[in-house]
Design a protein around this ligand. Structure first.
Ligand SMILES: Cc1cc2nc3c(=O)[nH]c(=O)nc-3n(C[C@H](O)[C@H](O)[C@H](O)COP(=O)(O)OP(=O)(O)OC[C@H]3O[C@@H](n4cnc5c(N)ncnc54)[C@H](O)[C@@H]3O)c2cc1C
Length: 241
């Protein structure tokens, strides 16, 4: 465990986000469903995108790595680390407006898949990707892992069902990305140019017949869907946003 310096402690406290660094909290967040155990320096509990951005910015200023966390059911240890764990599951659990015509719904990063499907069922709808940990897995974690389940050949993976994302970048920038959205236009164009330049290699290594593949950035998806940063954020395991 890396102990917080006075400067780091002050930076995090000044962010306005709830941050805990007591022994019990650090112990609780030292594990996920993987075989690893890494005690974080502190854990943050943002109540909004603005609070998440403020605490991520404070961590950057304080030189602390940031580890986003959902329900902690990931098997690869992606939700643990020795910096600042940001728990996005505690407060962001609201399900917002449902558009029945377009079959879209606005959800917080901490909404659990079973919770979403219980909400959708009376409307004759459900979220297709059926991750086995549906009683725990958050939509934020599913997006980060591009999760799917036994029905992936029919319903695809999570990325196939994401319309837009509100993201917080490592420098605290908050933006909405997705097809037809103007957020992060410059980054979007850079990604498009990058994947276009390597199109032949991407097509060769990641052929379209692959229904699901782990791990790595969704370069194949980004190539097939230019102008849509959700394609590269989905599956980035918390390393991009
Ligand atoms: C018994 C078992 C069965 C499983 N079966 C499946 C399966 O069928 N299909 C499948 O795909 N997976 C499966 N998993 C893996 C895991 O449950 C899923 O990937 C799940 O979607 C992860 O969600 P989570 O909320 O627990 O994320 P976490 O474990 O908390 O995090 C996973 C990754 O996402 C990042 N992250 C989490 N939330 C956010 C956020 N809001 N913003 C940015 N990054 C974030 C974390 O940093 C981490 O890298 C299984 C795991 C177990 C233990």
């Amino acid at each position: 465990m890396v102990a917080l310096s006075d400067h780091q402690r002050r930076s995090l406290a000044d962010s306005g986000c709830e941050v805990r660094s007591d022994a019990l909290t650090r112990t609780l967040y030292a594990t996920d469903a993987s075989i690893y155990r890494v005690e974080p320096a502190a854990v943050a509990f943002p109540r909004s995108a603005a609070e998440a951005a403020a605490v991520v910015r404070a961590a950057a200023d304080a030189g602390l790595p940031v580890i986003p966390r959902g329900a902690g059911t990931g098997l690869a240890g992606g939700a643990i680390g020795d910096g600042l764990v940001v728990d996005l599951a505690r407060h962001s659990r609201q399900i917002g407006s449902l558009d029945r015509e377009r079959r879209t719904v606005h959800v917080g990063a901490g909404v659990v898949l079973d919770q979403l499907n219980a909400f959708l069922r009376p409307h004759g709808l459900w979220f297709g990707p059926d991750v086995a940990t549906s009683s725990r897995a958050t939509l934020g974690g599913m997006i980060a892992n591009n999760s799917s389940g036994a029905h992936a050949p029919v319903y695809g993976t999570t990325v196939d069902h994401v319309e837009a994302l509100e993201v917080v970048l490592a420098d605290g920038t908050v933006a909405v990305v997705g097809r037809g959205r103007d957020g992060l236009e410059e980054l979007r164009d850079q990604v498009d140019r990058l994947v276009a330049r390597h199109a032949a290699t991407i097509r060769e290594r990641l052929p379209e017949v692959l229904v699901k593949r782990w791990p790595g950035y969704g370069l194949d998806d980004a190539l097939r869907h230019p102008g849509d940063l959700t394609r590269i954020v989905c599956g980035s395991e918390g390393t991009l946003a």
